[in-house]
Design a protein around this ligand. Structure first.
Ligand SMILES: [Zn+2]
Length: 324
């Protein structure tokens, strides 16, 4: 769907929403900027995630003019207080104050690209007008954790699991999603279509099942239990992390029914960063005592094959000029 069609559909859904929850003529929201689309000669549509109203597209008029006082406040990933005036279609930004610019996110490419992923995923997994105050808090906590972490990939994986939780797509990782049996370390499988792990007895009959190494399942479980963003501190070996990320990506793509663009960017960065990864000290990963067995290398596991790069999606460019 192109951006123009999306905006037209948005207009219809906004009208429906308006019948249920009338908007005041002027109001304030607390928001994070998820996406920006240039519009007309100097305007820009901003897709906000607001604490009060969930995801909401708004218009910032004249923001692309050099003299615009708003421009510096409405960068991507910025946390802002915004005053909005009711518009015929989208509401219009009349005043903006920055609460947190998350400047450290912009100082390093791996932090910036992960922040793109965080924003893109929140955008993809939510509908306009669905209130999700806990998701707003999750976004803030994630951006904050990304500013300081030395492992952006672990933060991204943790965020993805928490986001799947709050949007109702929590994967089943402790027991077989088919028969309910507790999962033991061994030849378990995973199905993004069924939304969880599958025991060795059920896996052969499930066409969407694919093997999941025990180490990757352990990391996913630990992250699912880890609570607040930034609270997970363990080092995950590179190959295990690739399986964790692949599993999460399959889950997300199953729920969004489209390919995300930012993992491509992160994958490209990873290729560049690989010499550093190889030079890193040996990975230390602290399993829980009862799970230690699963972390022993298991030669009978199928060999990991590199995942092919995802094709570039042609839709949803970050900055697209729309002819109104
Ligand atoms: Zn089973």
């Amino acid at each position: 769907m192109d951006e123009v069609t999306a905006l037209e559909e948005r207009r219809t859904s906004n009208q429906k929403l308006e019948e249920i929850v009338p908007r005041p003529r002027s109001y304030r929201v607390e928001a994070v900027v998820l996406r920006r689309v240039d519009f007309g000669e100097a305007d820009r549509v901003l897709v906000l995630f607001t604490r009060e109203r969930g995801k909401q597209p708004v218009v910032a008029k004249g923001i692309r003019r050099i003299a615009s006082r708003m421009a510096g406040h409405l960068e991507l990933f910025t946390r802002v207080d915004i005053q909005l005036a009711k518009g015929a279609n989208l509401d219009v930004v009349t005043q903006v104050d920055t609460r947190d610019a998350f400047r450290h996110l912009r100082e390093e490419l791996s932090r910036t690209s992960t922040a793109y992923y965080v924003a893109e995923l929140a955008d993809a997994l939510t509908e306009e007008g669905d209130e999700h105050p806990e998701l707003f808090d999750l976004l803030i906590a994630t951006l904050r954790a990304l500013e300081t972490t030395d492992d952006t990939r672990l933060v991204a994986a943790h965020y993805t699991l928490r986001l799947l939780d709050v949007t109702g797509f929590r994967p089943v990782l402790q027991r077989c999603v088919v028969c309910g049996a507790d999962l033991l370390p061994g030849k378990n499988a995973f199905s993004p279509f069924l939304g969880g792990a599958i025991c060795p007895r059920c896996a052969p009959a499930e066409p969407t099942a694919r093997p999941i190494p025990s180490d990757a399942l352990k990391v996913l479980r630990n992250l699912q239990r880890a609570g607040a963003l930034g609270s997970a501190h363990f080092r995950v070996p590179e190959l295990v992390m690739r399986d964790v990320e692949g599993t999460l990506r399959d889950l997300v793509e199953r729920h969004t029914e489209r390919r995300l663009r930012s993992p491509d960017l992160i994958a490209r960065l990873r290729v560049e960063a690989d010499p550093i990864v190889r030079a890193a000290p040996p990975a230390v990963y602290d399993p829980e005592p009862d799970e230690a067995q699963a972390l022993t290398p298991q030669p009978q596991e199928p060999a990991l094959t590199p995942r092919p790069p995802l094709p570039q999606a042609g839709e949803g460019e970050q900055v697209t000029t729309i002819q109104p």
